[in-house]
Structure formats: C-alpha cells, structure tokens
Design a binder for this molecule. Structure first.
Ligand code: CP
Ligand code: NVA
Length: 300
C-alpha cells in the first residue's frame, strides 16, 4: 500500500478533506487509539501552536510524541535528510517536520515508509489551513459560495489557505503589494481546485469588499528577519484596520494564524475586537491536527 503524506493541502482529495473535517469533530474515545507508537516532531523554527497542538493530538490518539529541535538533528549539517528519515521511520509511526526549505519534507516523503507531515515550510502550512477551514465552518456552516479576502504577503499560510478554500467551494481574493502577489500561473492553479473564483489585486479595499472572512499574517515570516524594515515599508498600506473591515460583508470575521504583530498587519482594535476569531482558530489547530493524524493513521 502506498504510504500517504501531508505536505500540502492538495495532497488530499476533496472527499479526504471533508473526511478529516469529520474526524476532527469526532470524540477522542470514538477515534480509539490508532497511533500505537511514536511520532517524531522536528522543529527547525520556533513554534507555540504547532508544537503544542501536535503533541496533544498525538497523545489523544494513543501515540508518543518526541520533540526535537532542528539544530539537534542537524538536517543536512550533522547528517543528511535521507539518513535522518531512514532512521526515524524505524522508531516511529509518523514523522512531522517544520523546515526552512520545503525540499526537505519532499526528500523525507520520497524515502519514508511512514507518513511525513509538513508542520510549516517556506512553501505551505497545511495544518494551519485545516484549522482555518474548521473555524470558518463553525462560523458559517456550509462554506460553498462564501468568500475569503487575504491581505498582505502571498506566503506559506496564504497558499495553503487558498488551496483549502478553493477545495471547499469558496472564492478567494488576494490583496498583496507588487512583487508579493500570487503569479498568474498560481492563480490559475488555485482556480482549478474548485468552482469558486480566484482574484488578485494590489488594492486591499477591492479584495475585502463583501468578503465573509478577512485573513492576514505577519509581513515578516520566520527566516526573513533581516528584511524587517524593508518589509514594513512595502506592506505599510496592507494593515487590516477597522476601516478596512467595515467594507467586508455583514457579520464578517477576522482571522490570523498567529503570532500577530499589532499595529502592523492588523490593528489591535480588530484582532482584539468582536469580529476576531483568532483564539478559536488557534484552538482549532489541535482538533484539526487530531483529524489529520487519525486520517493518516488509517481511521475512516
Ligand atoms: N500558526 C502557527 O503555526 O503558530 P506557531 O508558529 O506558534 O506554531
Ligand atoms: N508565515 C509565517 C507563519 C507563522 C505561523 C511564518 O512562516 O513565519
């Protein structure tokens, strides 16, 4: 049997995405204890939500998480990615990694006899997207026909969100400055994932007008710290403010994967205000992770 990995949302079919949603809703008792063994969690970058939610999800499913910092493993410095994964697959029922370069999780998956899970790379953040869609489903019920606006950098979180929204029947509008927008080819790729529309603009007001959910993320992702000043200048007009939120649909919600930088990508009055769902979104990370791990563990 081919081993399944979760490196990107598009590794899943639309039906499997729905199944992970259902598994996330099921009680821990109902899921049983499908993870009889260890799960390696390797982090080349810091984390709060991803580490905590994955450790708890593994425990809830009967497995044993082993957290290791990237510098201790030394992927491609202390030893090759290929040696690391061939050793870990002998100890664990799954291997999860947060990496700088997406190519590292690709190389792990190419060799691994156990599922490999991407816990954030420079390319994508599928576990975040599974939680995001859960939060929106809780808010809106059926997502088909709903619309999401993304304001800021077309980054790892934006790509996975775009994929999950399109596969859920939503439309997506990206507002990003020149040089930080999804390419035409990327918009075409996304639009083929579902019946909704994909649009890209440099105008936040255009993207947000009428949107049901407004999402953003830091302007400076992990690994880009040298670019802080430059990025703060480039993105200065891409802050989600009360004025911008007032253009969204009635009852629109604000979402952010966190960590957030108040006064930059979002005003404190928005992220701490009544439209914000960021705490629920953070909590949904654990339920979504449990659903994803149960799916990869063979629960149906
Ligand atoms: N949203 C998210 O992945 O948070 P952490 O970096 O804290 O894991
Ligand atoms: N885009 C951010 C997300 C953090 C959870 C980063 O990659 O740092």
């Amino acid at each position: 049997m081919t081993v399944r990995h979760l490196l990107n949302i598009v590794d899943l079919s639309v039906d499997e995405l729905a199944l992970i949603g259902d598994l996330s809703d099921r009680s821990i008792d109902d899921l049983g204890r499908p993870l009889a063994g260890g799960v390696a969690l390797i982090f080349e970058k810091p984390s709060n939500r991803t580490r905590q939610s994955m450790e708890m999800a593994v425990v809830q499913l009967g497995g044993h998480p082993v957290y290791t910092r990237g510098e201790e493993v030394g992927l491609d410095t202390r030893e090759s990615v290929e040696d690391v994964i061939q050793i870990l697959e002998g100890y664990h029922v799954m291997v999860a990694a947060r990496v700088f370069s997406h190519g590292v999780v690709d190389r792990m998956a190419a060799l691994s006899t156990v599922p490999v899970i991407n816990m954030l790379s420079d390319w994508s953040h599928p576990l975040q997207a599974l939680a995001d869609v859960r939060t929106m489903r809780h808010e809106f019920g059926a997502l088909s026909g709903r619309s999401v606006a993304w304001v800021g950098d077309y980054n790892n979180v934006a790509r996975s969100l775009g994929e999950v929204c399109m596969m859920s029947g939503m439309s997506v509008r990206f507002a990003c400055p020149d040089g930080f927008q999804p390419s035409r080819a990327e918009c075409d790729r996304l639009s083929q994932l579902g019946p909704g529309d994909v649009a890209s603009t440099d105008d936040p007001a255009e993207a947000v007008t009428g949107a049901d959910a407004v999402h953003t993320d830091t302007w400076v992702s992990m690994g880009q710290e040298d670019e802080v000043e430059e990025r703060r200048n480039i993105f200065a007009d891409y802050s989600v403010t009360d004025g911008l939120m007032s253009l969204a649909a009635d009852g629109a919600i604000f979402m952010h994967c966190l960590p957030a930088y108040r006064g930059y990508e979002v005003a404190a009055s928005v992220i701490d205000g009544p439209a914000s769902r960021v705490i629920r979104q953070g909590h949904d990370r654990m339920h979504a992770a449990r659903g994803a791990l149960a799916f990869l563990g063979g629960v149906r």
